[in-house]
Design a protein around this ligand. Structure first.
Ligand SMILES: [Zn+2]
Length: 411
């Protein structure tokens, strides 16, 4: 009686901690049993035990956390003597919390693991890595960066950590750091990073270009070319030539680009159009760009003129220059020799027919176009994977999802 009156209030106050400790001991007991019988148990059975254990851990911790967040977990962790199995379970628990979106809880687990004295250095490193991933997934960018860097301070040979830092710096467009870590990645890994490094340097150069720091822009661009002559590097260099008034070099580079990548033609012109209207040299730039446009319109290379992208760019430029009749002649010739090759050009063609006053032809072509477009499209598609079919499929034959079928309302 005396015992009950003395201990009952204590029990009531500490019931959560008591439950947690009891569960922990039950768990350890199970672990020991499992360890001894480990070899005899089937994998399936061991997996199910593990699942139950994780659930118990999860519940116990959630229970605790509703009472006393951070400290509860810390107490809980400190209450047990850590061995290899329990450490693995804590890592599993941390990952469970993280995948559940309960980042704060996985952060406390990993933090308390790191703070423990009696763990090996490799475990501490693992916990630090997990903590960095927690911050990363939780969107705490600065803390993620710092923690990933801490990991690298202990051990530099961490491919996925460096990769994570590359991703973060590319996301926040810190191209200086993105470049440094990509270089580091190329030393640790076996993959060739030249293409990516070139793209990063072009991004860096682009920022200088926007700030009109053309000297720095040219330097980074030279570096980019040293790693790989990407299309984006060539387009930026072309813009730089225009800024500096090197028209001959610009023409030569433009021609080179067109011959190598005719499908990017309309993209090249879009990029060239982008220029700060507040710049002092805006008008000069536009004048020089006009020279390139005229040069392009004058090109009669047969191979180049077979590309739909080149034709589309020419048509658009001619229309901008109010030269609709020339645009019509060019497209009329192309459509006749490449029937049914491009819907976009066919649409341009119909618009041009109206513009040059050929209404009856426009109607015939429009009708023809609508009939064809209907034939070329399937009636249904899967909203999950895009699988196309005229049949009705309640279970998608490609991604096996149910009821993802959609009627195609838009072309
Ligand atoms: Zn599908």
């Amino acid at each position: 009686m005396d015992f009950v009156t003395r201990w009952l209030p204590w029990f009531q106050e500490n019931i959560l901690a008591v439950v947690a400790i009891v569960i922990t001991f039950v768990l350890i007991y199970h672990y020991l049993i499992e360890k001894e019988q480990g070899l005899k148990l089937s994998k399936k059975f061991r997996d199910s035990i593990f699942e139950v254990q994780s659930k118990i851990f999860l519940n116990a911790s959630q229970y605790l956390i509703s009472g006393n967040k951070d400290l509860a977990i810390k107490e809980f962790l400190n209450a047990v003597d850590l061995n290899r199995e329990t450490i693995d379970t804590y890592f599993a628990l941390g990952r469970l919390f993280r995948s559940n979106g309960q980042i704060e809880k996985s952060i406390s687990i990993h933090r308390s693991l790191i703070a423990r004295e009696n763990i090996s250095e490799s475990t501490r490193l693992q916990a630090l890595k997990e903590l960095a991933v927690d911050f990363d997934k939780g969107g705490f960018v600065d803390k993620a960066i710092e923690t990933y860097k801490d990991v690298l301070r202990i051990n530099r040979d961490q491919y996925e950590v460096i990769q994570a830092l590359c991703r973060i710096f590319e996301n926040i467009e810190d191209w200086e750091q993105a470049y440094n870590y990509r270089i580091m990645l190329s030393k640790v890994g076996h993959e060739n990073q030249s293409e990516t490094i070139s793209h990063i340097l072009v991004q860096k150069a682009k920022i200088y270009f926007e700030k009109e720091k053309y000297k720095e822009c040219a330097e980074d661009l030279d570096d980019a070319f040293r790693f790989a002559p990407s299309v984006s590097a060539k387009i930026l260099r072309l813009k730089l030539w225009l800024v500096q008034g090197n028209i001959d070099e610009a023409k030569a580079l433009f021609l080179e680009l067109l011959k190598e990548e005719p499908i990017y033609t309309s993209f090249i012109f879009l990029s060239l159009e982008e220029f700060n209207p507040k710049s002092k040299i805006y008008n000069e730039y536009k004048e020089r760009l006009k020279i390139i446009k005229e040069y392009f319109l004058g090109l009669e290379d047969a191979e180049m003129l077979a590309s739909a992208s080149v034709i589309l760019s020419k048509i658009r430029l001619l229309k901008d220059f109010a030269r609709s009749t020339e645009a019509y002649d060019l497209l009329n010739k192309w459509i006749t020799s490449h029937p049914g090759e491009s819907d976009v050009l066919k649409m341009e063609y119909i618009k041009l027919l109206i513009e040059v006053g050929k209404q009856p032809e426009a109607l015939t072509h429009a009708q023809d176009f609508l009939n064809n477009i209907h034939k070329s499209l399937t009636r249904h598609f899967c909203s999950h994977c895009g699988y196309n079919s005229d049949q009705i499929f309640w279970r998608c034959p490609q991604c096996h999802n149910w009821e993802t079928i959609q009627f195609r309302w838009k072309v």
